[in-house]
Design a protein around this ligand. Sequence first.
Ligand SMILES: C=C(O[C@H]1C=CC=C(C(=O)O)[C@@H]1O)C(=O)O
Ligand SMILES: [Mg+2]
Length: 460
Amino acid sequence: MIEIKEINIEQALQKAKTKAIEQGKRALLSIAEPIAPIDPILFFQSGSQYQVPRTFWSSADHDFFLVGIGNEMTLHANNDTYRQISVLWQELLEHTVVEHPFSNQKVGPIAFGGFPFDADTNQYWQGFEGSQFRVPRFLLTKDKDHYFLTINVMVEHDEDIETLSAQLVEDKQYLLSAPFHPLFTNAIASKQEKQTEEWKQLVRQATAEIRENKMSKVVLARQMEVTYHHEIVISQVLEHLRREQKNSYLFAWETEDACFVGATPERLVRVDEQHLLSTCLAGTAPRGESAEKDEQMGSFLMNDQKNRREHQFVVDMIQEAVRSFAENVHIPDEPQLYRLKNLQHLYTPVRAKLRDEYTILDVVAKLHPTPALSGFPRLASLHFIRKYEQMQRGWYGAPIGWIDQDFNGEFAVAIRSALVNKSSATLFAGCGVVEDSDPDIEFSETTIKFTPMLQALGGL
Ligand SMILES: C=C(O[C@H]1C=CC=C(C(=O)O)[C@@H]1O)C(=O)O
Ligand SMILES: [Mg+2]
């Protein structure tokens, strides 16, 4: 059995080598095969053995996972990031040999990555400069009950195929059969919310500027620093998030010494064969302790003018943007409730048919940042954030997701997240400030928004 697969890998490698010789440039080989069921988090954990960057993605219903081990190729763009990533991806695909028969599955060449919140500031986190998309060497796809392993490997014109093939088979076997390492709880050493009084003062300043008509809404973020007694184990964090944060995308993006990880409820856009799904998610209330209280909180949220306004800015903007490149746009008139473990939000789905001349990256470029993350109007609110917010957003609040070779894919907005660095973590939370925002209420809204990550990291 194994022998047959080895021969297949060798044959495929040979094909890629021939392409590399023909094109005078190394070629990417992408081969995929069905595999026995394996837990995506276990697969992610197995990758820690190799000290290579890992990536993790789960859809909000936790039915679809993409887990990457290693970094075979990075697409990196600093300027004109959306277009550049699109061009780099197309170029790479032209040098790719795809060997698998699964046309309806999300396997083969897939790039997973993110954009910075504000590409125009150059205030990046270390290791998260610009926009980066990664084609992992090993990619696990779990689509409901179907499991696949893709191997992506760059092949040189003079590649030693026998050696490379043996290495790939050995690594693959390790990754698919690694033992489960027991998880432990990260113990918290210290916790500090940054500049809380200054932050409330900034909310006051924002409401004042809104009343002066300088803008209508601005989303202000704050951060919390937490340190632990041990190095944080990302698979442990993901396991906790998978258990506790239903209705949320799970993501992790590792660099050499950091990891950006989170569980966000906010879809930016999904495109599947030009079927577009976007989401307006803004306006927040806590969950009630009893069913009755929860209902009360929900109906308060549905009827609260402040939250409805916060939400409507997002609906209006996304509606206008989607209409500019799609047909058959469907948007319900009224929002509904989107319930999470610690919070409930106002939610409006947007469905449309993307015109053929556009791809998901055009949509991301146009939608980000929505008024759920910057405010409205976009430029005035971004100006306020750039000038006054006392932190670097980096990839927080920015699009994170994946694209396949046909430009199908999905992007979430990276909120409810943390930047983890060995034994410390920076958590992020923001909220929409409108004319009648109360600084104390906005402050407690952001406090609740820290909770999911704080719990997952072991800090509560
Ligand atoms: C900016 C965040 O949330 C946004 C998404 C949903 C609801 C929001 C709100 O009600 O303020 C925010 O716009 C965050 O969680 O960091
Ligand atoms: Mg809010």
